[in-house]
Design a protein around this ligand. Sequence first.
Ligand SMILES: *Cc1c(COP(=O)(O)O)cnc(C)c1O
Length: 670
Amino acid sequence: MSTFKNASHNPSRISPVKNKNVPTWSSAQSEELYGFKRWGGGHFGVEDDGTVSVQPLADGTSIRIMDVIDEAVSMGLKAPLVIRFQDLLRHRVTQLNELFRKAIKDEGYEGEYRGVFPIKVNQLREVVEEIVSASDGYDYGLEAGSKPELMIALAMHEGANSLIICNGYKDHDYIRIALLGRKLGKKIIIVVEQLTEVDDIIRVAAEVGVDPLIGFRAKLQTRGEGKWSSSSGDNAKFGLNTAEILFACEKLRKAKLTSALKLVHFHIGSQVPNILTIKNAVIEASRFYCQLAKMGFPMGYLDVGGGLGIDYDGSRTNYESSMNYTMAEYARDVVANVRDICDSMNVPVPNLVSESGRAVVAPHSMLVVEVFERINKRETLGVQHQPKVKHKVVTDLETLLRNKHKLGRLERFHDATQKKEEAFSLFNLGYLDLENRAAAESIFWQVCEQIAQETRNAGYVPEELRELNKLLADQYVCNFSVFQSLLDHWALKQLFPIAPLHRLKEHPSVNATLVDITCDSDGKIGTFIDLQDTKDYLQLHPLNGKPYYLGVFLTGAYQDIMGDLHNLFGRVNEVHVFLENDEPNGYYIEETLSGVRMSEVIEGVQYQWEELCRRIKSQIDTATKKDLVKPREGVRLLEFYESQMMAKTYLNIEQPVVTKTKKTRAQSRG
Ligand SMILES: *Cc1c(COP(=O)(O)O)cnc(C)c1O
């Protein structure tokens, strides 16, 4: 009996871990493996029953995420599902404001914190409403970067002391909308990003007869770092350079609007990983502020923009997915550096504004995806197919697998690779049949698996062999679209923490990468967070025929709105969860948003779904006339097509059908 056959009849030979000596495993080990405590900010953990829980207020009161999923499913809202923890959102607003208050108190700072939430980071009404409501007592305001965002900000904004900051490119209507806010008595500051905007503001303000409040966005020399660093420096799209700031001052003087200038603003990019960058930017901007104050402008606010990070990988480093500081340190550094510069220049300290978006909203929402299939190179390839006549290339590979000659790992890997290439060439030239090709591929993977197993406990592992684990990893197919729900992973290679939401007491024995259901080879996740650098695969559980859910965490910033319609999948289902002690599981779902239906995405690209149904009807009629379809069947086919128009776009994963019920199911489906 050949080794090949042995291997095929004894899968444990391929991966002994799976069947024998299943390692014991605990919730605590899972908590460590997936890093919940490192990136979770005290909000995420693993319960003793092996499921993930969230503590929206980080106070010990927790919600089991599987409870939420089960309830959502019972309401017809299957994964892919976005879950928003509204209390966690509130908590972040409170935390940011409290930490600035504390820093201000500790440093004896004589100004106040007047932060604003940049709407572009998550425009969803429920998110903005929650933030506005959480701002009560903090004078926390809103930031807009476009006309539609300003329309929202103006209407949603509350409070006489909280600000509305107007950034972005502006036409006259933008300025008119902002000045409408001034008429309503709002503290709404128009930030000049281009020199010409000064003339526009002067003109429109005269036209509507309102005193504007104006800020200047300074182009700092201090460059951001990480993926978003192009928001600053000489080539930035926005902001005034030093000469332009002086021109702008002259224009205001000439227009007798000196008293309008209130604020200096900068934004050096999102997710700034290094606190030193922030300190430098704050120092540079404080100098601008003080110089303008000394020139006789009233001033009053320094706006440090966004950039406050999220530690997506929990490493507390200046790696781009991380940050080497805390929110508390950020607040202290802003406060202390502004104070030091102002003191040194004898200028009264400003009120402080930050436009922290990512840091406020990222943690509150997560994406739940369901794995429904495993693509496995080794077990599907040719195991059952024994070539009738074995080609030499196959027997050569078998020899390698048996390793009679006691070759080293690297040498065996090279030899096996060579044989595999040879097999493909032979196939192309017509010298290898399908069965021999299948056998060659299969044995090649077995050799790789064997080498990988030996490598696992070895000390130094050469680069080529380290890649092996990545090559050997399975692919778990998940019912979602990267382009809709995790756009930044595709566009910017941004990493999000990902972990199973249950079965965390079981040993995760499968190395896997994730792929989505779009027909796009980029629709995948093959890089994962790790303490050191990144990982090429995730350790997951073998599929067992029951739903297997993964959570993608910290997705509340930017992902919701930037998703696109690749393959017309569109928006996913969504539930909004609130803590509630009186409820059985400690929470209730206040709001549900249904993911898009096929008719909706189809209309989004200019078809009319009724028209498509009419076309299908006429084709069915024709087919009926030609007797390709029986009339009764034709009616059913049309009904099915029409009902699918109202169905959701994502896969409708049905659990494996038990033989007994198979018939009725098939019938009911028509
Ligand atoms: C995007 C943006 C922000 C938000 O940045 P975060 O890093 O998400 O806090 C703030 N201000 C301006 C001007 C922006 O463009």
